[in-house]
Design a protein around this ligand. Sequence first.
Ligand code: G6P
Length: 371
Amino acid sequence: SAAEKGGYDWFMLKEIHEQPQAIADTLLGRIGTDGRLQLDEMRLSDGELREVDKIIVIACGTSYYAGMVAKYAIEHWTRIPCEVELASEFRYRDPILDHTTLVVSISQSGETMDTLMAIRYAREQRARVLSICNTNGSTIPRESDAVIYTHAGPEIAVASTKGFLSQVVACYLLALYFAQVKGAKYGDEIQLILDELGRTPQAVQQVLDNADQIRKLADRLSSNRSIMFLGRHVGYPVALEGALKLKELAYVHAEGFAAGELKHGPIAVIEDGVPVFVVVPPRARDQLQEKIVSNIQEVRARGARTIALVEEGDDTVVPYSDEVIRLPRVPTLLQPLVATVPLQLFACELATQLGHDVDQPRNLAKSVTVE
Ligand code: G6P
């Protein structure tokens, strides 16, 4: 009913708007007054964590993209090598695991069969398993050595939104906790990031307040049958997630690319009128930004309609963009938390305009309990 949906047309839209709260609740009680992190359900001792020499993140779907984002943060703050792998591929490739490997599973539902089978396999190989999960007492956390719950609240729409943002936050808490346990060399940076994380609910709210712009954009682009997304660094998984959402909800052909790969193939499919969303790295990353600016020029020269997601106050890409979506200024590693939101809204609005059932897209299930 409309009441259940909090006055929104869809559970998905309600859940998109619950994201500031989901982030705040996932942070709640985990940062002590002394600025030190405390993860209550972390059942692995500091000694066990110090032994870890490799981290493998496994997940499916949108949760996998949260894992791709997490890799940047984990390696940066912990200096522990980190791989990210699709749960459905993991145990079929004879992965190298032992008791010093930490497998981090990410699952909103805690019931995804591919992910469950992957963690069972990991434990058989004596790896330790820590799960990031949104569902208390579900199978995956029950079968794990440790758990970090995201506190996003129940997610009902098939397409994950607040689940994703709270997973990214939980992964960052894990990375920062690790860094703390290891005696971080990034002490000041960790403090700064924790402060910035505390401010992300307001930053996400600021993006949501701009929902009208996205609705109008979806209206203008609703007849396009193919839409591209480009990003670099943490903007790359954001591009993949933007494309996945469009496929899931609007049944539109959509692809996300690492912008640097454009010249190695994808640019061939750019033709007149194709919308290309570009997640522009913050200005602080000037080398990345410079490269993405030339990517925007390249696709535009081939007739693409460019839609730039770029931090406020940065006008570098404005001359080459048909549409500019402004993002609040946040550190680069936190950019996915704000940049994903307009793409979620876009997919939701486009699917609505095409007359699709946003909460129950065809052929998809909220939780896939078969391999
Ligand atoms: C299904 C859902 C996706 C979700 C994926 C992983 O495919 O349709 O939205 O991202 O499962 O789900 P999980 O619960 O493991 O995060």
